[in-house]
Ligand binder design. Structure first.
Ligand code: ZN
Length: 330
């Protein structure tokens, strides 16, 4: 791998806030990450002009401090065209066919490289993280949503239409809860943060967990409430997290049995708050794996960075502009 010295700005746009950081081409964050709230208009649509206005001072500061500053990497929580930067469908921001990449490019007169957050996270783990040596792995996030991205045979795997990766939308129960994707009963509706909160609320409403009732302010159980109670060995919370671990193990084993993966790298808000979940998934998964080889060799690892997608947005800039020469399919 050859690397030229250079800098870029990376921005990870989530459903409620943006993270912004400046990186050098060794993958080192320069200074602190800035967290900037996303502003929404009266129709709950994220205000792209306001977002660009909010990041402008940081872009100007970076332009003065770091040279050469070669571009801006955008990681976004939804479907974005990586060639044009068009935000095709971003449910959390209520964006459909918004040319966000070119808006940012025009505002700052810098090259812009955009991509989906899960794809960016997989790229960062492969270039600078725990999957550095791996040719076959999946990035898996458990947070507000559940899903990930694939890295197969030494390259990011985008699929025929560019939609590969959302294994959280494999159906588990076709009569199940409605899902953000418009269908019902996807794995995501059973294992992501909102599902954990829902199960906790049901336990409290049924009188099964005095501890969660006590921990939940104003009677509303959150994902955090369940995790806190789990860490104090509350039986109802333990049974919720065990069920989540078992279902994730079933879901991931399907990927591993199909694709013969070496490693799953796990991140996202739920894993950050409850890293023990990885151990519990490990405990359950071997019984669903088909081969002795997978049972022997499979690695489940925690993400390397506190925000892998932010690092990935930077990695994408350096790889696609040729500053880092390595063929990873970026
Ligand atoms: Zn779904």
């Amino acid at each position: 791998m050859t690397v030229r010295p250079a800098y870029c700005i990376a921005i990870d746009i989530g459903g409620t806030k943006m993270a912004l950081g400046v990186f050098n081409s060794e993958g080192q964050l320069q200074g602190d990450t800035q967290i900037i709230p996303v502003s929404f208009d009266e129709h709950k649509v994220a205000d792209a002009h306001q977002m660009i206005f909010a990041i402008a001072p940081y872009v100007e500061e970076a332009r003065q401090r770091y040279s050469p500053l070669i571009g801006i990497g955008l990681s976004i929580c939804g479907n974005i065209n990586k060639e044009t930067g068009e935000a095709v469908l971003i449910p959390n921001l209520h964006w459909r066919h918004l040319p966000f990449g070119s808006m940012v490019r025009n505002a700052f007169q810098l090259p812009v490289f955009a991509g989906t957050d899960v794809r960016a996270a997989a790229l960062a783990e492969r270039l600078w993280g725990v999957a550095r040596e791996s040719q076959f792995f999946a990035w898996c996030t458990v947070g507000t949503g559940y899903g990930g991205y694939l890295f197969l045979n030494g390259k990011l795997y985008d699929g025929y239409h560019g939609f590969a990766g959302p294994f959280g939308h494999i159906t588990w129960d076709e009569e199940g809860y409605p899902c953000g994707c418009g269908r019902r009963g996807c794995f995501e509706t059973f294992v992501a943060g909102p599902a954990i909160a829902r199960a906790g609320q049901a336990a409290v409403d049924a009188g099964h967990s005095p501890l969660m009732a006590e921990l939940s302010q104003s009677g509303r159980v959150t994902t955090q409430t369940v995790i806190q109670a789990y860490q104090q060995n509350d039986p109802a919370a333990v049974s919720i997290i065990e069920q989540v671990a078992r279902l994730i193990a079933i879901n991931l084993s399907g990927l591993i049995n199909t694709l013969d993966l070496e490693m799953i790298v796990m991140g996202g808000g739920v894993i950050q708050a409850c890293p023990q979940l990885i151990e519990r998934i490990k405990h359950h998964i071997s019984r669903y794996l088909m081969s002795d080889e997978a049972r022997r060799d499979l690695r489940l690892e925690r993400e390397t960075f506190t925000n892998s997608a932010l690092y990935g947005a930077a990695a994408d800039v350096f790889l696609r502009s040729g500053v880092i020469k390595e063929a990873l399919g970026a």
